[in-house]
Write a protein that binds this ligand. Structure first.
Ligand SMILES: Cc1ncc(COP(=O)(O)O)c(C=O)c1O
Length: 388
């Protein structure tokens, strides 16, 4: 049996059609979009076309898409770019985010409140035990200084899908800027930035079978954002530097494929997740599901196995060729439980016993059955060792 990759929320295999398209823009059409000659024109045309494809997925205008080096950069820019406007005016700014935001948002806010203690305050909303942030929580948290609300669309560890349309509507009515981290949802869960009243949105190519190192920030026309990089007036002078054209081409191709395959991909991935859960829960007792398994994103299944250390299970599965992830982070030699799981009220012990299975377009039913069998065997073995 070949290796089974069930870590598609960490990153995805580049679709061969994407790779093929990218190569053309490295070895044939390698011009700089800012050059005036034939090569430059070819590159500029391709850049415009790519922007249109990436924008279409979220019903955005092309002038509102700014290419970045990935989701982390887009998230950092979204938060800092908005708050910088207030800092420059020496104006107080209150930010509302959730406790389970990705570190790209979470740590940026922590940095800002530490660096500008007189000006910046942050409220960290606690998700419900099922893993949701509600518009009512946002409403309760805001004050007269609230300038920005950032709530992620799909949570990367548990797969919950937040009602960002309602949060967006609330923020728009109050005149507060609303950012959403859509890195895990872009092209996988329907998004319409206009209908959902989204002001700023981050996405990343490598989560959708595109290349690493490229992403984008959508910024609504009326939103003022401070430039991220200064230079030669690329990306409307807001994110300067020669564009990563092969990466952008790959991102656009991946977005186009995902959009065309949406109707088949997403339900099929959902069937695989359901099967994986049925097989595991049918044979292993004392497990808990983290997040909302029924309404969450089809590709993410997060389970805690009582009495089993997540890291040990991950390594046992790895030996079988099954690649998954734990939410725990290794820092200074100790394994810390996932901030996301703790935020939804999972105990430290169960958080340390969690595994995230993330299923993608290239997984098959045969792989799921093999993975489930490997999990059942490994849990049984690890439990018999620890309970001896
Ligand atoms: C929800 C979320 N936001 C942001 C990021 C960061 O994206 P990138 O890896 O493109 O920097 C990730 C990556 O795991 C993510 O899952």
């Amino acid at each position: 049996m070949k290796n089974i990759y069930l870590d598609n929320s960490a990153t995805t295999q580049v679709d061969p059609q994407v790779a093929e398209e990218m190569v053309k823009y490295m070895v044939e059409k390698y011009g700089n979009p800012s050059s005036i000659h034939l090569y430059g024109q070819q590159a500029k045309y391709a850049l415009d076309d790519a922007r249109e494809k990436v924008a279409k997925v979220i019903n955005a205008g092309i002038k509102n898409i700014f290419f970045t080096s990935g989701g982390t950069e887009a998230d950092n820019w979204a938060i800092r770019g908005i708050i910088e406007m207030n800092i420059r005016k020496n104006e107080k700014a209150h930010i509302v985010i959730s406790k389970y935001e990705h570190s790209a948002v979470f740590e940026t806010c922590r940095m800002l409140e530490k660096k500008y203690p007189e000006l910046i305050t942050v409220t960290y909303l606690k998700p419900s035990s099922l893993g949701y942030i509600t518009p009512e929580q946002v409403e309760d948290a805001i004050n007269n200084d609230t300038k920005l609300v950032s709530v992620m669309h799909v949570n990367n560890e548990i797969g919950n899908i937040n009602d960002i349309g309602s949060i967006g509507k609330f923020c728009r009515d109050k005149g507060i800027i609303f950012h959403t981290d859509a890195v895990q949802s872009y092209s996988k869960v329907p998004i319409d930035v206009k209908a959902m009243n989204i002001d700023i949105l981050s996405a990343s190519a490598h989560k959708i079978y595109g290349p690493k190192g490229v992403g984008m920030l959508f910024v609504r026309s009326k939103v003022e954002i401070y430039p991220l990089l200064f230079g030669g007036q690329q990306e409307q002078g807001l994110r300067n530097g020669t564009e990563n054209l092969p990466g952008i081409i790959g991102f656009a191709k991946a977005a186009e494929i995902a959009q065309n395959a949406y109707e088949t991909d997403i339900p099929r991935i959902g069937t695989l997740k359901k099967k994986l859960y049925e097989l595991i829960s049918g044979s292993v007792d004392n497990i808990i599901v983290n997040g909302d398994i029924d309404k969450g994103y089809n590709g993410i299944l997060n389970l805690s196995f009582e009495g089993v250390e997540g890291e040990s299970l991950l390594l046992a599965l790895d030996l079988e060729g099954v690649c998954v992830s734990t939410g725990s982070a290794c820092s200074a030699g100790s394994v810390k439980p996932s901030r996301v799981l703790l935020s939804i009220g999972v105990s430290e012990e169960m958080a340390q016993s969690s595994i995230r299975f993330s299923i993608g377009r290239f997984n098959t039913m045969e792989e799921i059955e093999f993975a489930a069998e490997s999990v059942i065997k490994a849990v049984e073995r690890l439990r018999s060792m620890s309970w001896m």
